[in-house]
Structure formats: C-alpha cells, structure tokens
Design a protein around this ligand. Structure first.
Ligand code: PLP
Length: 440
C-alpha cells in the first residue's frame, strides 16, 4: 500500500479502503463485503446508497447549498425545525442546528446555563453527569463525560463538573439488586445536588441508554421518573443526550419516551442525517426558551455551517424516509429478534457476560467467567475478528478497567431484514469461535 498521510485514529493502523455501500452492506476496494453491523458509529441508520436521499442531495445542490444563518433562513431549515418539533414529545419546539453530537451537547450545556442567567441567577453553571457516560469530544462536552480514556490527556483543561453513579444493574455500583436497591443510583443525584448546593447546578445530563461508554446500559424501571422528580424538586434542568439513541435507534423516536419522561433540552446527531451529511441539533423546550425570548434574545453559540440548507434538506429526506418505511417500528421488531438471537448465542460462549439493549442498540459485555463477572479486555480482538469475517461492530467501554467491562455495540441500520440479521449473527459467531480458540 502507498504511504498514507491521512491522520487516522491510530496512526499506524491499516484500514481497508472503502469503495461503495448499498443497504446494510459496505464493499471495499478488493470487493470484500462487510455487514455494517454498527451503522458506522451508530450513524448510518437507513443504510447506504438510498436513492431518495441521493436525489434530495442533488435537488438541494441545484438550488443552493450554503447560506449563512445570520444572513438568510431557508425553507429546508425551517421545515426541518417544524418537523422536529412535531416528532419530539411535549413542548420541545425549538431547534438549534449544529454539525456534530459534541456541538449539540455543548450547546445544550450553554443554553441550560443561559436559562438561569436570563432570570438573574448567575451561580447555576455546573452540569451533573454520570461516571459512565460519553457526551462528546470538545472540551465542554468532555467536561460532562465520564469516558476516562477520552478525558485523561485533557483533565487540566476540563471543568470540574460533579458526577453520579450510572444505573448499571449488571455491575451495580452499590452491589445491590433491583428493586430492593430502592434506586439508590437515582437518589444519589439528589444527595449530590445537596452537597454541591442546588444554587450551583444548572442541569443534569444523561444518555437515556448509555452507548459508547457502557455498551447499551438500560436503566431499571422507575429510574428516569425519579430522576425527573429530583430535577424538578431542585430546580435543575434535565438534558437528554439522544445523539446515539435518538431518531428511532431504540424503537421510539427518542429513547427517553420508553419511560414517558419529558426532557427540558435534547441533543440529537448521528441518525438525524444517517451519515449522509454532518448534521446535529439541540432541541429546546418552550419552558427554557421563554426567559431567553423575553431576555437577551440571543444564543451565543453556532457555527459557520449551522442550519445550512444542504444538510437540512438531507436530514428532512432522512426523516421522511424513516416515516415512509415505518423504520422505527421495524427497528423495534428487528431489535427484539436480534436481541433474542444474541442472547441465545451468549449461552455458547463462556466469555459473554451480558447481552442487553433496546431496539437496534444492543451491547455485549465480555467477562473472564459468567459467575464472577470479572471484566476481560476483549472488544478489540472481537472487532478485529468480526471485521475479518465481514462484520462491523463498535467498541464500547468507559476506558478504564473496573468502571465498566469491555463491551461491543451491535447497531445495524434500521432497514436490516431478518435474513440479514441471521447473516450478521452467523458472521459474529464465526468471529467469536476464533476468539474463543485464541483464549486457550
Ligand atoms: N453524545 C453521545 C451520546 C454520543 O454517543 C456521541 C458520539 O458517539 C456524542 C455525543 C458526540 O457526537 P459526535 O461524535 O458527533 O461529536
């Protein structure tokens, strides 16, 4: 291979060169096929090469691709904001468009702090998050993230935001069992607010199902209801980071809808444009917008490409496609089918400790032995072996041993068929058999 000057995540890694994609399959330059079992980074949720999206890209490019948001609004951006206000629950009526999930959570953080400032309260400027979490790579987003591996190099630059335990029943941080635990992980939030002083806390941020840092950790019933009550009792906003879980990934438009809890601010990304263009959004409720509209009327965030008509048109086409093919219901059904198959597969391997998730966001956590649940670092080798067998899966861990186990995410496009799920599991099994052999 020719020398590469491309800066890659791991500089000396040799990746296959991609040629094209169709549906759930990707093909490299050697015509090897891969099932996109992770939708890239849980992004390509409607599959690759969808003609309707390609047409929308062309149609908008033929009109206008870029206008600056402080000079013009555009029909696609206005229509996208209206559509999101209809698709999201309650009074989440206002969209602020950005280009990545990190920008969406960082904007959410800034808007939460501004909400209190507009009411004359300048002390509420900390955000509480959870030890096992990932909210993005920029410094504000990283300050809210628990992902040790991604934080450690920059710790001196990060805000010292407080953290609380994650609702991680497989490895309960309190060594308790649900429901007799009385949801201590939720009440820890209230204790932390009291310890810090509620006059210092602007918001609590959580991924409804913990993705990149935890391998699809689903909280127990009642957790989010209690979290929401604690936030309300203590005048704290609740930010749902739906960058990974939003737009149908878990079988609902927003994952937080599984628990009927209303967030004050939502961060979206990834599935919003399904990988066809960079696009993300911070969705803000009427309640939060009100003092801003009556006050400064300015949100001091935004980027050159925010709300560009090209990305807005693509995102609209993606949302239309999801609606037309009823992909959220379909993803829910296929997710149940895949979860069941993976749970069965787990019985065949001593190093699979847990299989969990909702919809098409499924985590597999690895252990030395099932009884003792001792974590084992296996994600990298499983990912490598799966790739050799033509299957893409995604790494997931908090980046420090002992906080979580090592896990992978399986999150294929919502368009996956039953036959393709079967093929995905067949390829995964081939990879796991080789991993098992390498352990002896
Ligand atoms: N929030 C969550 C929950 C994520 O999973 C991610 C990315 O994986 C982000 C934020 C950051 O998104 P991006 O990589 O688009 O900046």
């Amino acid at each position: 291979m020719e020398r590469s000057y491309l800066i890659k995540p791991i500089l000396d890694a040799v990746y296959p060169t991609i040629d094209y994609g169709k549906g759930v399959y990707l093909y490299d330059k050697n015509q090897k096929d891969y099932i996109d079992g992770s939708s890239g980074a849980v992004t390509a949720s409607i599959g690759h090469g969808v003609p309707e999206i390609i047409k929308a890209i062309n149609d908008q490019a033929n009109k206008v691709s870029f206008v600056y948001r402080s000079q013009f609004t555009s029909e696609p951006a206005e229509r996208l904001a209206k559509k999101l206000s209809e698709l999201t629950p309650g009074d989440l009526h206002w969209s602020f468009f950005v280009n990545s999930g990190s920008e969406a959570t960082e904007t959410a953080m800034k808007i939460a702090i501004q909400y209190w400032q507009e009411q004359g309260i300048f002390t509420k400027n900390k955000i509480i998050s959870r030890f096992i979490s990932y909210h993005g790579i920029t410094l504000g987003a990283l300050s809210m993230s628990g992902h040790v591996g991604r934080r450690e190099r920059f710790i001196p630059l990060l805000e010292e935001f407080p953290s609380v335990s994650a609702p991680y029943c497989y490895r309960c941080p309190f060594k308790l069992t649900y429901p007799s635990c009385d949801l201590l992980c939720a009440s820890e939030l209230e204790k932390t607010i009291q310890r810090m002083g509620k006059q210092t806390i602007a918001a609590f941020i959580a991924e409804p199902i913990i993705g990149a840092a935890g391998g699809a950790i689903v909280p127990p019933e009642g957790y989010y209801q209690e979290i929401k009550e604690i936030c309300e009792r203590n005048d704290i906003l609740f930010i749902a980071d739906e960058v990974m879980t939003g737009i149908g990934r878990t079988g609902k438009m927003l994952a937080i809808e599984h628990w009927n809890v209303q967030p004050d601010i939502v961060a979206l990304g990834k599935g919003m444009s399904a990988g066809y263009t960079p696009m993300a959004a911070t969705i803000v409720s009427d309640r939060v917008m009100e003092p801003i509209l009556q006050g400064s009327k300015v949100i001091m965030s935004g980027h050159t490409y925010s709300a560009n008509p090209q990305s807005a048109a693509v995102s609209l086409a993606v949302l239309d496609y999801i609606e037309k093919l009823q992909l959220i219901d379909r993803g829910h059904m296929m997710g149940n089918y895949l979860l069941h198959k993976l749970a069965t597969l787990a019985n065949e391997f001593s190093f699979i400790g847990d299989v969990r998730g909702k919809g098409l966001l499924i985590g597999i956590e690895f252990v030395y032995d099932k009884e003792k649940k001792i974590p084992i670092k296996l994600a990298t080798v499983v990912i490598q072996k799966a790739m050799e067998h033509g299957l893409l899966v995604y790494p997931s861990s908090a980046g420090e041993e002992g906080i979580t186990g090592d896990a992978i995410l399986i999150s294929p496009p919502l368009v996956i068929t039953k036959e393709e799920v079967d093929e995905l599991v067949t390829r995964l099994k081939r990879a796991l058999v080789e991993v098992e052999a390498s352990l002896h």
